[in-house]
Design a protein around this ligand. Structure first.
Ligand code: HT7
Ligand code: ZN
Length: 872
């Protein structure tokens, strides 16, 4: 199958000035008439034919400047059509017929819950009409939609509603005009019977923007949080980047069948219901936070992505890395920056680091792809955001913001590259950022090794910092990266020291950003009375693996004293990680657990305890992260060792957990404020440990919380603990939850997920039963992710069960799903791509299943690319 290569990029031969779309929607098909005005781009040869993309379309008619074209006037293939000898400037009209009802790929125009909706990023527009479906062709769109008035009272598209009318026979039509030129991937259409939650937002220049959330009628009372989040995001972007919304209406439509989280179509975002609907009874605190973050993310794309877009899909991180970073800044400003940072790093380590070490590894800017949908990855999104964060660290907040503003002004209405952004930042900051290009072109997670020495006679402390990056299949040799390493030093009394580097006359600040640009460098601090304890990579200043030989006492000391909250959390994680790994290797000493218990006790009993930070510090490292430190990884042994430590912590600190649970569990009715959220977080963490003490009173507490909870956070936390058990109480609670929520899809997803991720001894059998459940549906991506995704990605010990049943189950579903929805099928296949990380027996079984998928007939490009690269 043919790969697309970055090096083959050619600018478009034809530009499309205007696109006038006319949709006629009926129950069995949709007819689309597209009229566009094109012209040959400057300098393009007269003989250059016109190429239009098109897929899964029936072409009904084609007119050039009003004249019908006959079949031999053009070349029609499965990928599109070409017309030779077109004038320099002309009008083209294309009539296509599509069948949205049968479109289970959820790309292009499709149906969800009886409504019509679209998803065009990355290459879905070509499933609607023939068009140069590439991000560097920007056009002005006008859209007319005609449909049955009763079934589809709401007809939406991008921009402003300019006209509407009656079409006879119970049908009506509307016309939308989008004044902003845009690429086809930002086109959207929705037709349905939907409830609208309206509000207004006054911009800082005093314009009123109409805000509209469209949802199915039964969800009418669950959009309040999303609406408030949108207003916060709009205000934040004005205050932080000086960016004001640029249309009179901002619409968000929530649909239940969606391949990803949400889509930033100009003026008409389409969202997975998961990131819009939230009420205390149905959504957890984490869901509320995710709604705010994703609403923010899509809103921020209005500038970083929509007003300035990508030249080609290799530049995807230009919009996604930058927008994730802006979303992260927004979440940090709305909540606790330290907790947010910890959660970002957890995600990077559990999702991106393993990807970077797998056959699917690719640079933040990939160089080739078979199917672009496979490159909406943790690397492009979150490692991409880490690179932007490093620019921010080096330039400082004010210069960074100024640089972003300058970039948006300079390239407004254009499709540009990652270099255009870097160049603008470099110019604004007066710095050379050229070496950062390597973060975009080199695969793999760099390792930063630190050694130190102290010269007591001169009061000098030197850090020797070196970097390396392991070879990856695509690149044997790596050149050094530009790495900001934020460092602090602690005195033996636990105080943060003021820092003076060699050559400086005065000590200043307690954190310094050291810039590592070569393979090895040294940095000397002066004026130290004693050997300090280094606090390294503060705030996780670069997406690297840090290596420094701390001893256990140093880590406990940093956990108790470090004034950088991230580094403090990290010290606790490293301590727990070591203890768990020693246990896996059969090298645990009783002193190990004693040290962790003592460290945790100190956190719990600290007089200035911050409950949300404490909840992070007291959570053991995730199994996926632990597995990265073991070669070959043994997920079953890791689960056992982690659980054993958890049980010890539970029992040794039982009275502290009970005390914490009672003290922090919020009193009174549910509230979504910082105190209540933090209280629930810490109390539920304590409940998690109490669930492992084995004491009847604690088990009773879990049950009691499940049955008395007035909100989903508490109810689900208790249910998850019950789902690990095999007793009557567990069966009763799961059944109760199902009966209560069987009609509410997003909550029913939680019921499936909690079982697929459970630590129940017979979880594989359970998952086999879940995929047979009448409510399991392969056509719904949320349900697939809740069962197959949660099991294969979120339950490593069960998925990697020695019998290989987990692998077989996954492969069988990938094959079935591929015929329905290739994008989601390819994502589901990814856990099998990580086979190199496991022992010979597991490797063999995993590769067998990959091969079974590879041998399946009519494999999509999406799944083909994942399995073929995994088997290379
Ligand atoms: N820009 C969007 C990425 C996207 C997508 C969204 C929904 C369905 C399919 C999709 N393919 C790509 C989402 C975002 O990053 O904001
Ligand atoms: Zn995005």
């Amino acid at each position: 199958r043919k790969a697309v290569k970055l090096s083959d990029y050619e600018p478009p031969a034809f530009e499309v000035e205007t696109v006038d779309l006319h949709f006629q929607l009926t129950e069995d098909c949709a007819r689309v008439r597209t009229r566009m005005h094109l012209h040959r781009a400057d300098g393009v040869d007269l003989h250059e034919p016109l190429h239009l993309h098109g897929e899964a379309l029936e072409l009904e008619a084609l007119y050039l400047d009003g004249q019908p074209l006959a079949m031999d006037d053009f070349l029609l293939t499965r990928q599109g059509l070409s017309i030779e000898r077109v004038p320099d400037r002309f009008e083209l009209e294309v009539h296509t017929l599509l069948r949205p009802q049968d479109n289970t790929s959820l790309s292009g125009l499709y149906r969800s819950g009886g409504n019509f909706c679209t998803q065009c990023e990355a290459e879905g527009f070509r499933r609607i009409t023939y068009f140069p479906d590439r991000p560097d062709v920007l056009s002005r769109f006008t859209t007319t939609i005609e449909a049955d008035r009763q079934r589809y009272p709401v007809l939406l598209s991008n921009g402003d509603l300019v006209d509407s009318g009656d079409a006879g026979e119970g049908r009506h039509w509307v016309k939308w005009v989008d004044p902003w030129p845009k690429p086809s991937y930002l086109f959207a259409l929705v037709a349905g019977d939907l409830h609208c939650h309206q509000d207004t937002y006054r911009t800082r220049s005093g314009r009123d923007v109409q805000l509209e959330f469209y949802v199915e009628h039964e969800n009418a009372n669950r959009t309040g949080h999303a609406m408030e989040s949108l207003k916060k995001a709009m205000r934040w972007d004005e205050d932080t980047y000086g960016l004001e919304y640029d249309l009179d209406t901002y619409m968000v439509v929530a649909v239940g069948d969606f391949n990803m989280g949400a889509m930033e179509n100009k003026g008409l975002n389409i969202f997975n219901t998961q990131y819009v609907l939230a009420s205390p009874e149905t959504a957890t605190d984490a869901d509320f936070e995710a709604v705010e973050a994703v609403i923010g993310h899509e809103y921020f794309h209005n500038y970083t992505g929509n007003r300035v877009t990508c030249r080609d899909w290799f530049q995807l991180s230009l919009k996604e890395g930058l927008t994730v970073f802006r979303e992260q800044q927004f979440s940090e400003d709305m909540g606790s920056p330290a907790v947010q940072r910890i959660q970002q790093v957890r995600l990077l380590r559990s999702a991106q680091f393993p990807e970077d070490a797998s056959p699917m590894a690719h640079p933040v800017r990939p160089e080739s792809y078979v199917e672009i949908n496979n490159f909406y990855t943790a690397t492009v999104y979150i490692k991409g955001a880490e690179v932007i964060r490093m620019y921010h660290t080096l330039l400082g907040d004010a210069v960074f913001r100024q640089g972003v503003k300058r970039y948006l002004e300079r390239f407004d209405g254009q499709a540009v590259t990652i270099e255009d952004f870097r160049q603008t930042l470099a110019e604004t900051g007066g710095r050379d950022l050229g070496q950062f290009g390597r973060w975009y072109s080199q695969t793999g997670t760099p390792r930063v090794r630190v050694r130190d020495e102290f010269d007591p006679a001169r009061g000098r402390y030197t850090l020797h910092i070196s970097q390396s990056c392991p070879p990856t299949p695509d690149q044997a040799e790596k050149k050094p990266f530009h790495i900001p390493v934020a460092v602090g030093l602690l005195g033996r009394d636990g105080q943060a020291l003021s820092l003076r580097l060699s050559g400086e006359s005065v000590a200043e600040g307690t954190t310094r950003v050291l810039e590592l640009t070569g393979s090895e460098q040294q940095f000397t601090f002066e004026g130290l009375a004693e050997r300090p304890v280094p606090s390294l990579l503060r705030g996780f200043s670069a997406p690297v693996i840090l290596e420094y030989d701390y001893d256990d006492d140093d880590l406990a000391f940093l956990l108790a004293h470090d004034n950088d909250p991230f580094a403090r959390w990290e010290a606790g994680q490293q301590l727990a990680l070591r203890v768990i790994l020693r246990r896996v290797q059969g090298q645990a000493s009783p002193n190990d657990s004693r040290q962790v218990i003592q460290a945790f006790q100190q956190v719990l009993e600290a007089p200035d305890l911050d409950p949300s930070l404490a909840a992070e510090a007291l959570a053991l490292p995730q199994e996926a992260y632990l597995a990265q430190h073991m070669d070959p990884a043994d997920p079953v042994a890791i689960r056992a060792a982690r659980e054993a430590l958890r049980t010890e912590l539970a029992q040794a600190l039982a009275s502290q957990w009970r005390d914490t649970y009672r003290r922090y569990r919020p009193e009174g009715p549910w509230r979504l404020d910082a105190d209540h959220i933090a209280g629930r977080r810490l109390a539920n963490l304590a409940l998690g440990y109490l669930g492992a003490t084995g004491a009847a009173e604690d088990n009773g507490l879990v049950q009691q919380q499940y049955h008395r909870a007035d909100n989903m956070t508490d109810s689900l936390a208790a249910l998850a603990l019950l789902a690990d058990r095999e007793d009557e109480a567990a069966v009763t609670a799961l059944d109760d939850f199902y009966q209560r929520w069987r009609q509410t899809p997003l909550v029913l997803d939680k019921w499936f997920r909690v079982q697929a991720m459970s630590r129940h001894p017979r979880v594989v059998e359970r998952v086999q039963a879940l995929v047979q459940h009448p409510d399991f549906d392969l056509r719904n991506p949320n349900r697939v992710r809740a069962v197959i995704g949660a099991f294969a990605q979120g339950n490593p010990a069960a998925f990697h069960d020695d019998s290989g049943t987990g692998y077989r189950l996954l492969a069988a579903h990938v094959i079935r799903l591929d015929a329905i929805n290739p994008q989601v099928a390819a994502r589901m296949a990814l856990p099998l791509s990580k086979w190199q990380r496991y022992d010979a027996s597991r490797q063999k079984m995993m590769k067998n299943e990959l091969q079974r998928i590879a041998d399946a007939p009519s494999l999509s490009n999406d799944v083909y690319e994942v399995v073929s690269r995994s088997l290379e």
